[in-house]
Design a protein around this ligand. Structure first.
Ligand code: PLP
Length: 386
């Protein structure tokens, strides 16, 4: 029996899977079966697609999709084996030879690179600076997709999304990658996006032990993407769906703590004489403060900052960290520090890096759930070596 109360999202994150079985279990089962009985017509899942083979549809994955649809305020959603599998499926489904797609040059590097790769199939990638004006002037009658990140990676800029939406005038699909914020802090569909993508790998699963992705949007589009996912075999595994459902239960609590710690750490960095610049849009001194306030319920747990000096100083900090893990990724329980010019931003074009300030002294910190004083002590010690 489903819960008939109108629940808040924090509660939906815990109970929204609606799982019930004949034993009275309240934790969703991991359905490992690759196949399901089919004598004549296949059983149908609740979205009326065949439930016969786990490359196509799987009950555990479906519980996860139900929760995410509720949190994103979407008609339906579809889980993939990674954030990139979700993005690749969107590109494959939405773009044909002769179409143009606009993406900001500051975005996850592989998102941009994959779009450029599609030029071999006749798709034209328009890579523009992350501002509403630049995006608007790149949109033409051939544009079929406009893809932006709700907060850009790694310099944490905020684009005026209403302006972008208005400039598209419904002529192209508007898709927002919301990985840095999660539906806790921003719900792109409520703001007029056609679809939202999240790398589940980050805040949503939240424990640095899952790779996954999701697209949420209109039923019709999700059904088309379901066909793409079926053909490419890029569905999330049942075990990773289970881990993500488990992680989701603490998403709201984790984000609350992580952003509280982040504000404390950002203010510490702002006052450290070894630091040249701090980027965190919820700091009043940040140039994106007003836009962040307009769109988001908080700025999450990623802070970017520049150390005084260059590559040598930045690497010295990374080498001397004892608690914070020097590694790519973000959004988990463990704090992680990334060196963008050698990881996610390594493939961005030089002009873009220069204009946006993605420099060799830039570091990106994903604040975990450790006591913020311990994170600050680790930073203080590592910074003392430069
Ligand atoms: N989108 C953003 C903003 C990311 O940071 C990443 C990965 O870091 C991705 C998408 C890709 O997600 P995944 O690593 O799960 O494929």
């Amino acid at each position: 029996m489903g819960i008939s109360l109108k629940l808040n999202d924090e509660t939906e994150a815990i109970h929204g899977h609606d799982y019930h079985d004949e034993f009275g279990s309240r934790i969703p089962s991991i359905h490992l079966s690759a196949m399901f009985e089919q004598r004549g017509e296949a059983n149908k899942s609740d979205r009326n697609v065949d439930l016969k083979y786990s490359r196509e549809e799987n009950p555990t994955v479906r519980y996860l999709e139900k929760v995410i649809s509720k949190l994103e305020k979407a008609e339906d959603s579809l889980a993939f084996s990674s954030g990139m599998a979700a993005i690749a499926s969107l590109y494959l489904n939405s773009l044909s030879s002769g179409d143009e797609a606009v993406v900001t040059c500051e975005a996850y590097g592989t998102t941009v690179k994959l779009l450029e790769y599609l030029s071999k199939f006749g798709v034209k990638a328009k890579i523009v600076l992350p501002s509403a004006e630049e995006i608007a002037s790149a949109v033409t009658k051939d544009t079929k997709l406009v893809f932006v990140e709700s907060m850009t990676n790694p310099t944490l800029k905020v684009i005026d999304l209403d302006h972008v939406k208005d400039s598209i005038k419904g002529k192209a699909e508007f898709v927002i990658d919301n990985t840095f914020l999660s539906p806790v802090l921003f719900k792109p569909i409520e703001r007029g996006a056609d679809a939202v993508i999240e790398s589940l790998t980050k805040y949503i699963s939240g424990h640095n032990d899952v790779i996954g992705g999701i697209i949420a949007g209109k039923k019709e589009k999700i059904l088309q993407l379901w066909e793409t996912r079926r053909m490419t075999g890029s569905i999330l595994s049942p075990f990773n769906a289970y881990l993500t459902l488990r992680g989701l239960k603490t998403l709201y609590a984790r984000i609350r703590i992580q952003q509280e710690s982040s504000l404390k750490i950002a203010k510490y960095l702002l006052n450290n004489p070894k630091i040249e610049e701090v980027m965190y849009p919820c700091l009043e001194s940040d140039p994106y403060y007003n836009l962040a306030k307009k769109y988001f319920n908080g700025c999450g747990g990623v802070i970017s900052f520049k150390v005084k000096g260059g590559k040598e100083e930045a690497i010295t900090v990374l080498k001397n960290l004892k608690l914070i893990i020097p590694s790519p990724s973000l959004g988990g329980t463990e704090s992680i520090m990334t060196y963008p010019v050698l990881s996610a931003s390594s493939s961005l074009n030089d002009d873009c890096k220069k204009k946006l300030g993605i420099t060799e002294n830039l570091l990106r910190l994903s604040v975990g759930l450790e006591n913020p004083e311990d994170i600050i002590s680790d930073l203080e010690e590592a910074l003392s070596f430069i």
